[in-house]
Ligand binder design. Structure first.
Ligand code: FAD
Length: 554
């Protein structure tokens, strides 16, 4: 909507100008901004996405999509083009001195995507933008944000477009404008942390002699080098050369410099050729103290950066978006108040904090040399022969266990009466095979993708009071939150003896919901649109669960 407002910034004497009103402004169209545009588009939220560059970056930068990001792409309905175009890397082969490598295998990850999907960032951005465009969404390119001012009525954003100044007013702003965030500077928000002082080399090259299906990582006293196989047979190479750490850092790198570094680091080197992209970069770890500044939210690299070990930076940005956008939509629809949006920082900040802690430690470990380096190699090799150690690494890298169950609010929803195996408020809901009445074969994730909020109520076909409870809850929930929550009956088995047929029925014939999610007769599992548990309650008490539902949307 375009309105003419007088003096929107309180700048006395300035000319009045047309202000474009929208619900949400996304600043930046990197992976985080593009994901946000897609999620808001899917949910029908009015938004504008402002990007200063004329086209997508051609730099490959991030190259790995972790399992959790693929699950989030599935909720968006965009998982298939990624899986089709990427290479499902089965894990890493780690050379810690000596001839025999150690392995971290991703098949340990309990997800439909037990691999690191290797695909360059420019293709990730292309897939996300195409998905958006196909559904009618657009990115406003060549719109550079110059100013952001928060007022009581909303956030005013000024952007420059081909020499013209444009003004916007939004209820919320997502700062997805990257590590050097302009919004952070404008709002005077600290980016707490430090540079790590190491210069890495990177590039996309061909290596005719290399035939690797695993990520191939070499760590020794001379430095480190990792090779990531792309689907077309070329490789991303990343590493650091101890002999090239002094002097000012350049961004550009020549192919011969890369060759020299690889020859220095590797015991048996490889010839690299046909570079598509080469460069040096430094690393740092930093995080904003609060992801929320009133109506402005910091997302992705604007909120946190870490070194590239484990390929996590972009992935945690995508997860930030998935956590935030449904909450904003819920508040915009009037189902929750502004404090509900505080849970974005509460849930997401600890995840980046842990990634920063781990990647900082890993970088220190990789830099060890001499005797400490030998100890690292010995301990690393011994540990990685154990399947359970590999499983811990694989799970941590995949992000499928980035649960939010430790936040004070989610803790307050924990139902201790449920079995120990029961998933509780804040935890990720793993996908399950379902026997849906009237269909052949269904899974839980597509239900979440189609419906958003999903509520499962476990009943017994021979206990009509539980069926009545489920119907009464569905009615009350619909009165309080019209058309928001889709309720399903989950029957342990047998025919459901009820005259009514409005609620769809899932038969827990495989006992997956019982065994894997800890559901039992009378329990209600309320699932959020990002695939985490809202709450799981075992009371079958209508007053109690309605109280919880209302308290959930503070
Ligand atoms: C060499 C390298 C290797 C990496 N490898 C990995 C990896 O393997 N795995 C991984 O997960 N991550 C990796 N990363 C990190 C990853 O690239 C970032 O985490 C990711 O790009 C962050 O996405 P973002 O959308 O938050 O920010 P960005 O990608 O930085 O996007 C920000 C966008 O905002 C726009 N913008 C900025 N200011 C304005 C403004 N004033 N007005 C309008 N638009 C603006 C920019 O033009 C840009 O398009 C790597 C990074 C580098 C540099």
């Amino acid at each position: 909507m375009v309105k003419t407002l007088k003096d929107p910034y309180g700048m006395k004497g300035a000319l009045s100008m047309a202000v474009i009103e929208t619900d949400v402004i996304i600043i930046g169209a990197g992976p985080a901004g593009l994901m946000a545009a897609n999620v808001l588009q899917k949910r029908g939220v009015d938004f504008v996405c402002l990007e200063k560059k004329p086209g997508r970056s051609v730099l490959s930068k991030a190259l790995g999509i972790q399992a959790r990001s693929l699950e989030l792409f599935e909720f968006l309905g965009v998982n298939k083009p990624f899986v089709k175009r990427g290479y499902p890397g089965p894990g890493a082969k780690i050379h810690l001195a000596g001839k025999k490598p150690s392995y971290v295998e991703m098949y340990h990850v309990k997800s439909r995507y037990p691999y690191l999907l290797i695909i360059p960032q420019h293709e990730i951005e292309e897939i996300l933008e195409t998905h958006l465009n196909d559904r009618g969404g657009v990115i406003s390119r060549e719109h550079e944000v110059l100013n952001v001012v928060q007022e009581q009525e909303g956030v005013y954003v000024t952007a420059s477009h081909n020499g013209e100044t444009k003004q916007y007013l939004a209820k919320y702003v997502l700062a997805c404008d990257g590590a050097h965030s302009k919004v952070r500077q404008l709002l005077d928000v600290e980016f707490v942390g430090e540079d790590e002082g190491i210069t890495f080399f990177t590039g996309d090259v061909e290596i005719p002699e290399m035939k690797e299906i695993h990520i191939n990582l070499h760590i020794n006293d001379r430095g480190a080098a990792a090779f990531f196989p792309y689907k077309d047979g070329s490789y991303r190479v990343v590493g650091f050369d101890r002999t090239r750490q002094k002097g000012p850092r350049r961004k550009e790198m020549k192919l011969q410099e890369l060759q020299t570094s690889l020859d220095t680091i590797l015991t048996t080197s490889y010839q690299v050729e046909k570079p598509r992209w080469l460069g040096y970069f430094g690393t740092a770890h930093r995080q904003v103290p609060n992801y929320r500044e009133d109506r402005v939210f910091f997302v992705g690299d604007a909120a946190h950066i870490n070194n590239p070990l484990g390929g996590q930076g972009m992935n945690i940005g995508l997860e930030d978006v998935a956590n935030l956008c449904w909450k904003i939509d819920t508040v915009l629809k009037g189902y929750a108040g502004s404090p509900f949006l505080d849970t974005y920082h509460e849930e997401r900040a600890p995840v980046a904090k842990e990634v920063i802690r781990n990647t900082t430690l890993e970088l220190k470990m990789i830099q060890l040399k001499g005797f400490p380096g030998k100890v690292r190699n010995w301990a690393g090799k011994a540990a990685l022969t154990q399947n359970w150690v590999q499983a811990i690494f694989a799970k941590a890298l995949s992000h499928v266990h980035n649960d939010y169950d430790k936040t004070p609010i989610n803790r307050s929803f924990k139902d201790k009466s449920l079995p120990r195996r029961a998933i509780q408020a804040g935890e990720r809901v793993p996908d399950q095979l379902l026997f849906m009445n009237g269909t052949t074969d269904e899974r839980l994730f597509p239900l979440i993708q189609r419906l958003g909020y999903v509520c499962l109520i476990y009943i017994d076909s021979y206990q009509p009071d539980l069926v009545d409870f489920a119907y009464a809850f569905a009615e009350k929930a619909n009165e309080a939150f019209p058309d928001m929550i889709k309720v399903f009956l989950v029957a342990r088995g047998g025919t459901v003896l009820t005259e009514r047929n409005e609620l769809p029925i899932i038969y827990d014939s495989y006992r997956h919901l019982d065994r894997n999610l800890g559901m039992r007769k009378g329990s209600m599992l309320f699932i959020r649109p990002d695939g985490h548990v809202g709450f799981h309650d075992g009371s079958a008490d209508l007053k109690k669960v309605m109280g919880k539902l209302k308290r959930y949307f503070i």
